[in-house]
Ligand binder design. Structure first.
Ligand SMILES: Nc1ncnc2c1ncn2[C@@H]1O[C@H](COP(=O)(O)OP(=O)(O)OP(=O)(O)O)[C@@H](O)[C@H]1O
Ligand SMILES: Nc1ncnc2c1ncn2[C@@H]1O[C@H](COP(=O)(O)OP(=O)(O)OP(=O)(O)O)[C@@H](O)[C@H]1O
Ligand SMILES: [Mg+2]
Ligand SMILES: [Mg+2]
Lengths: 246, 246
């Protein structure tokens, strides 16, 4: 039974792409056949998982490509052309469901499909939220990111009511966690009080090696598997898989 | 002579809003009558500079509001309604020039007008790039942000050729600079080799107080004026004003 997971947050730079790449890598390591779909015209995930491909997107019929050096991990890369695809989709009556339709053939071929989203709430993330079964929400304990949380959850709820979305919140993953800042722990405690079990107990620490791995076109698993960031993503993956099977 | 400055970068979380708020605060302190226009539906700048206003935008005729506690600093706040404004603008033939037209009455009333942009290259940032005289580009020394630099500069060049934009690159401001990471210095050196003087010599260090100030609805100037982040933004403002007068 394939599960499609949208990784979304309209706040920029919160660790969406970093979480998609590294959760997917550990899911593949754990024996799940995993597909990453880059749904962002920045194509950051593509630059790590399929650096040699620089055009096309799932909306233009791009097929899955095996990720070199990461058995069980596949990617459908994107490119800047996704900006044009989005403009084209706004003109189509069923434009919000294009990704759902494009992913249909892959249900049954993969155990998990991760959708990396751009930092906004326009048509591309909307496509992902309407195609996905689950929502994973990376969130740093910083003021602007917290401010936007309500807007995102309200938007997701609106899609469930008006557009038939069946998406469930799989969880909130605390990212870029700064253990030296007392404020991080205050925000953490607030979130757990408000969202309970839906906040993963694993926190992803700020770890320079997580920011360095992409420049070597690697996930943290193949770049520095014993680093704090890697161990945290391994533990977050374990928690995530447990939540999916609940 | 009013100068309109777009602060833009489609990469998320690079310090656009933090730079707009703090550069504008120091410009006002230096006696320049300064206006911040929030052109982002996240309304992060608005939540700091005019937290009591939660609807409207410049596209709906919102007028400048004086920022409490920061003499000489004004703001035209935005709200989530900007998502609808953008959708509306896509239907108008002159939709790309709406911000230019809306800012016209304020030329002559302010010395400086800063435009905070959302993390993408859709119609809202395009409006800012077509309305502005100068572009300020916040950039962390991180792989994904560097990857996107070419895409942004190509898009700006395209607007100069196809849409009559007169925007000039005022400079690249290195943000979230991590002095403990040797890679930051490598990227810094590469950038200066490639862009020369257009890279500000002031680097904005990663400083927790910069991330804390917004939760008190303050710029760094009124929150912790002697912090490393504040001193860096004071020095960056000095450099920036010198560049504008060149
Ligand atoms: N835990 C971490 N420790 C250190 N650096 C990190 C961590 N997570 C992400 N980063 C770095 O922070 C920056 C932002 O992360 P990332 O690009 O994954 O966020 P995003 O939400 O996908 O951004 P966008 O909104 O632009 O899509 C990147 O340079 C990334 O390498
Ligand atoms: N120099 C700095 N030191 C520490 N934290 C910083 C610094 N600059 C920005 N931040 C924090 O990093 C996060 C991202 O910064 P900011 O929101 O200004 O970026 P942005 O480019 O405007 O993001 P978006 O793309 O979502 O609009 C915020 O939580 C902010 O408080
Ligand atoms: Mg991303
Ligand atoms: Mg911002």
């Amino acid at each position: 039974m394939t599960r499609i997971i949208a990784v979304s947050n309209q706040k920029g730079g919160v660790g969406k792409t970093t979480s998609v790449i590294n959760l997917a890598a550990f899911c593949a390591l754990a024996g799940r056949k995993t597909l990453v779909v880059d749904n962002d015209p920045q194509a950051n995930a593509s630059s790590v998982l399929a650096p040699e491909i620089t055009s096309g997107s799932i909306y233009r019929g791009m097929k899955p490509v095996a990720v070199e050096g990461e058995p069980g991990l596949w990617v459908i890369p994107s490119s800047a052309s996704l900006i044009d695809d989005e403009r084209e989709l706004t003109r189509q009556p069923q434009g919000r469901y294009a990704l759902s339709a494009a992913l249909e053939p892959y249900r049954g071929q993969f155990d998990l499909i991760f959708l990396d989203c751009p930092p906004n709430l326009t048509l591309l993330p909307t496509n992902a939220l309407l195609a996905a079964d689950d929502l994973l929400l990376p969130l740093p304990c910083e003021y602007f990111a917290m401010e936007g949380l309500g807007q995102l959850l309200a938007y997701v709820e609106d899609l469930r009511i008006t557009a038939g979305s069946k998406i469930q919140l799989a969880g909130i993953l605390l990212t870029l966690f700064d253990r030296d800042n007392p404020r991080s722990f205050e925000v953490d405690a607030d979130l757990r009080e408000h969202f309970g079990e839906r906040v993963f107990s694993t926190r992803i620490p700020r770890d320079r090696r997580l920011a360095a791995a992409p420049s070597h076109a690697r996930s943290i698993l193949t770049y520095d598997p014993l680093s704090p960031g890697s161990i945290a993503y391994a533990s977050a993956t374990k928690e995530f898989l447990r939540v999916l099977n609940r």
